[in-house]
Design a protein around this ligand. Sequence first.
Ligand code: ATP
Ligand code: MG
Length: 350
Amino acid sequence: MSHHIVIIPGDGIGVEITAVARQVLEKTAAKAGLALTFEEKPAGGTAIDKMGVPLPEETLAAARQADAVLLGAVGGPAWDQVAPELRPERAILGLRKALGLYANLRPVKVSPALADYSPLKPELVAGVDILIVRELNGGIYYGEKGSEKDRAWDTEVYSAMEVERIVAVACQAAKVRRGKVTSVDKANVLATSRLWRQTAGTVAAKFTDINLDHLYVDNCAMQLVLAPRQFDVIVTSNLFGDILSDEAAVLTGSIGLLPSASIGDGTGLYEPIHGSAPDIAGRGIANPIGTVLSAAMLLRHSLGEDEAACRVEQAVEAVLKDGYRTADLYRPGFTKVSTMEMGRQILDRL
Ligand code: ATP
Ligand code: MG
């Protein structure tokens, strides 16, 4: 069976890093005997310039029909002045909505080769391997909002169904990891959190071999820097997940390393967690690893190719172990490589 992948390079370094990830997918597919077809589509600032909208209809239609979408990054100062409803970031929101993406998966794994790049002591982060599962479609970002002259409000609403499906994603993921799920809420003050906590308990009880515990978000924020190794899978709301996933990301040392997956009812969307990095765009120095690891997540979650995904992850780990570093990670004594050269080194190890 053949799988169809839509690539949305987007803006800035998005073009350079998706080119590398595509080569990695092509080689992995060839090795594994997988048939993959690719199609590149515009979105973001580039699409605004060419077609007047951040998310052209043809891109949306292609994404809906694809087995998976790999996205580089969108946005940049060139489009700072465009109207809010036409901003490049609208492309991501539009895709999330159209594809029914309600779960955002953000793995935070500290590479053994990079433990001393962390702002925390190497012995605290060695072996950290966390998966943050953030609810992406509901909560306070989407609740009723309003403002008057000297008053404003946002409301958080969660239905039991919304909590059930996100906790189920977390439990499913934990089954092939270490079996531990930490549900994060603020149940001592929020009604939505009390529903969250109760529902999480019900869902987790249906999974065998899942160990669920609950943590208040303030405590979780603290624990992430005190003892991050205690976590396996963290599941939480849209707002808390937004904050905690950025906090956890810095434990690894470079934003250029981290992948993400957004999954839901339809096609899954895979992208690095960083933005379009306009300050280094077009210079061939961006770190492609976050996008390459996003491609590995695509293989695992949308195509069911766990073994191929592991092979990509191992190739990345080997390149880092062998001392290859893009500019964001470069230190004397290591081998400095461009985006393309980093790609070649990864391909060599596949
Ligand atoms: P956005 O609003 O889209 O998140 P941003 O301006 O907040 O964008 P990024 O585009 O992620 O942030 O860039 C933040 C910093 O990290 C920049 O200095 C950028 O050059 C650097 N950076 C981001 N991604 C990479 C990468 N893949 N390789 C090297 N450096 C990167
Ligand atoms: Mg940012």
